[in-house]
Design a protein around this ligand. Structure first.
Ligand code: EZ4
Ligand code: CO
Length: 422
């Protein structure tokens, strides 16, 4: 028989301990352990600290200014637990909505607040987001080389490291340099100079190289591995349709950023001509950048990220819309996204039903030392770890030994000197 005497009924406290977490401090930390990172650190009255990445490659100091001048004064005294309300306050409250600078700043606040909430709960963040939907987050690595042979040799090396998905980028005969091909194989860094480097581009030379690269790669690697390629916004819709068609026999996992995506309707043309899956969105700031792409089924993978698309709160909204339309996530994960973003992406990727694939460019040992973290690579996957919160720290003493150093992304010109898309 159930004992209903008053003593047996557990007493629910009217106000659970730490139901509010007042923000007492918020600071921006800029550090350059080999490359620039901007990090927001928020502290609450009980001493809990949360981190948010605010790095916008080549435009870092604009986000620093936005945070310091316009966001930090709004944070002090507010309740860190009210994440959605804070998001709405910073987004609607600005009046000027969207854009990469503002949305990166909002993302930094949002991720820091999720970190705090999960630390207070004593849980790894993915548990608060609904718990694990999978064993780990499958990632793809970057194989690149100045020739097709070199790229294929790199791809074999990645396969031996345990990767199940590999992106292939190769030099183009006749072009001195191009996107995705670096000197240092493990640590590709495009922001490579204190004034922009200039690349030269030829669509004609490129269009014949990529199918030959995939042909050689399938020959060497077989069919049992996912192969990807990033066009980096360099084709027109009809050219992208043709390249997608040429690649169909090699079954690429995705063709990325085939055309610039400001004009979402342009993807209708690509779709009419190829069944090669399309991924886009690493530079998107909000759901409005991909609404048409998703609702019309014009893409297969959305690459928007936590750091540049308004944080976990907003990316969940994008992923939910995408799920209705058979679109999966394929979040950006280059080296200019700090370990704080990588951890956030992993907790997010663990917790959503329509996860697709996560990009993973390894950070250098210098960067990892400044951002000690709990996530780890095993068997082609990243695992977020069990530390409460994001599982990432920032060693501020070490960070202070690496001052900001201006670095720009390259620009790209056609062979006749016309400025083109990089
Ligand atoms: O060029 O993150 O898929 N990854 C990419 C990246 C981007 C850089 C720009 O800062 O396209 O390498
Ligand atoms: Co890309």
């Amino acid at each position: 028989m159930i004992d209903r005497s008053p003593a047996a009924i557990p007493q629910i406290p009217s106000r659970p301990a730490r139901a509010t977490a007042t923000i007492t401090d918020a600071r921006v930390i800029v550090t350059c352990p080999g490359r620039n990172f901007v990090t927001l650190k928020i502290t609450t009255a009980d001493g809990t600290c949360g981190l948010g990445d605010a790095t916008l490659n080549g435009r870092e100091m604009a986000v620093v200014a936005y945070l310091e001048a316009h966001i930090l004064p709004l944070l002090i005294g507010r309740d860190a637990h009210r994440i959605e309300d804070m998001w709405q306050f910073l987004y609607r409250g600005a009046y000027w909505r969207g854009g990469p600078v503002g949305m990166t700043a909002i993302a930094a606040v949002d991720v820091a607040l999720w970190d705090i909430k999960a630390k207070i709960a004593g849980l790894p963040l993915y548990q608060l987001l609904g718990g694990a939907c999978r064993d780990g987050v499958t990632v793809y690595g970057h194989a690149n080389g100045s020739t097709i042979e070199e790229t294929v040799a790199e791809a074999l090396r990645y396969r031996d490291l345990g990767y199940r998905a590999i992106r292939l980028q190769s030099g183009v005969p006749g072009l001195k340099s191009t996107y995705g091909v670096s000197r240092d194989k493990m640590f590709y860094e495009p922001a490579d100079a204190d004034l922009p480097t200039e690349n030269v581009w030829s669509t004609e030379r490129y269009m014949t190289t990529v199918p030959a690269l995939f042909d050689a790669a399938r020959e060497a690697l077989g069919r049992d591995i996912h192969l990807l390629h990033d066009v980096h916004h360099r084709l027109t819709p009809i050219e992208a349709g043709r390249l997608g068609k040429d690649l169909e026999p090699y079954r690429p996992f995705w063709l990325e950023d085939a055309v610039p995506a400001e004009n979402q309707a342009a993807f209708r043309t690509i779709r009419q001509h190829t069944t090669t899956p399309l991924a886009v969105g690493e530079i998107f700031s909000s759901i409005w950048d991909c609404k048409t792409l998703i609702e019309e089924g014009l893409i297969d993978f959305v690459r928007a990220t936590v750091v540049h698309a308004g944080g976990i709160t907003h990316l969940r909204r994008i992923a939910s819309l995408a799920d209705l339309h058979h679109v999966r996530t394929g979040c950006h994960g280059a080296t200019d996204l700090s370990p704080v973003t990588m951890a956030a992406a992993l907790h997010f990727g663990m917790s959503i039903p329509n996860f697709g694939l996560q990009e993973y460019m390894r950070h250098t040992p210098e960067t990892d030392a400044v951002f000690p973290h709990d996530y780890a690579f095993r068997d082609g996957m990243l695992h977020p770890g069990d530390a409460p919160g994001l599982g990432v720290d920032l060693d501020e003493t070490l960070a202070a030994t690496h001052p900001y150093s201006r670095a720009y992304l390259p620009v790209n010109r056609l062979e006749d000197g016309t400025l083109f898309n990089w």
